[in-house]
Design a protein. Structure first.
Length: 213
């Protein structure tokens, strides 16, 4: 078994993409609007978990520049290295969110931007429940996905082979609410990544809160 075969599939893909991924998605107005939604509601100096933190931009960079404390988690060593160099104010950890222990109520906010798509449906559900529990009562969560009713479909993403699993929009919303989060708003967009091997894709952003005192 080769080196690549021993790594998580997402790590293989994003190690190969590196900064090309950041460049391809840099112009996403919906992503930046979602971050702005979060910034307008966070208390000063909030602690934020960024799941699938990638190169650190725009999410971790935007949050740290606003004075918040960010822990980024990613399975790709290349992405973690890039993020640590590009956003030194944040902390980045090479880890699989499916295996990372998270104390209940330890974060004021959680961001999960497009980082579930190479997990099974059961794993996606478990991760959303885990990050919901990691929020303090009243904490905020922003989740984004590609809302398609597909399971273990082989495809190509920016020239890299991928196996994608996702949910239709209403099913993803049900998954999130079933994890104990209240959806405060949702935004739908179509985005064409700036890459010759990319195609336009639907995006769904859910802005949520964990209820409680």
């Amino acid at each position: 078994m080769g080196e690549n075969d021993q790594r998580a599939p997402a790590a293989v893909v994003f190690d190969a993409l590196g900064l090309d991924y950041e460049k391809a998605f840099a112009s996403s107005e919906a992503h930046r609007a979602s971050l702005q939604w979060l910034l307008e509601r966070l208390e000063p100096g909030s602690r934020v978990l960024d799941v699938g933190s990638g190169t650190g931009r725009p999410t971790a960079q935007t949050l740290t520049e606003a004075g918040h404390s960010v822990l980024g988690v990613d399975v790709s060593p290349v992405m973690v290295d890039l993020a640590a160099r590009q956003v030194p104010q944040a902390e980045f950890r090479l880890a699989d969110i499916r295996e990372l222990p998270l104390a209940e109520g330890s974060f004021d906010a959680v961001c999960v931007y497009f980082s579930l798509l190479q997990m099974s449906r059961a794993e996606q559900s478990a991760v959303v429940r885990t990050v919901a529990r990691a929020l303090r009562p009243g904490g905020l969560a922003v989740l984004a996905t590609v809302p398609l009713d597909v399971e273990a479909v082989d495809g190509v993403f920016m020239g890299q082979p991928v196996r994608v699993t996702s949910f239709a929009a209403e099913d993803f919303t049900d998954l999130v609410t079933g994890a104990g989060l209240t959806v405060l708003s949702e935004e739908h967009a179509t985005f064409a990544p700036a890459h010759p091997a990319a195609v336009p894709e639907p995006h769904l952003f859910l802005h949520c809160r964990r209820e409680g005192d």
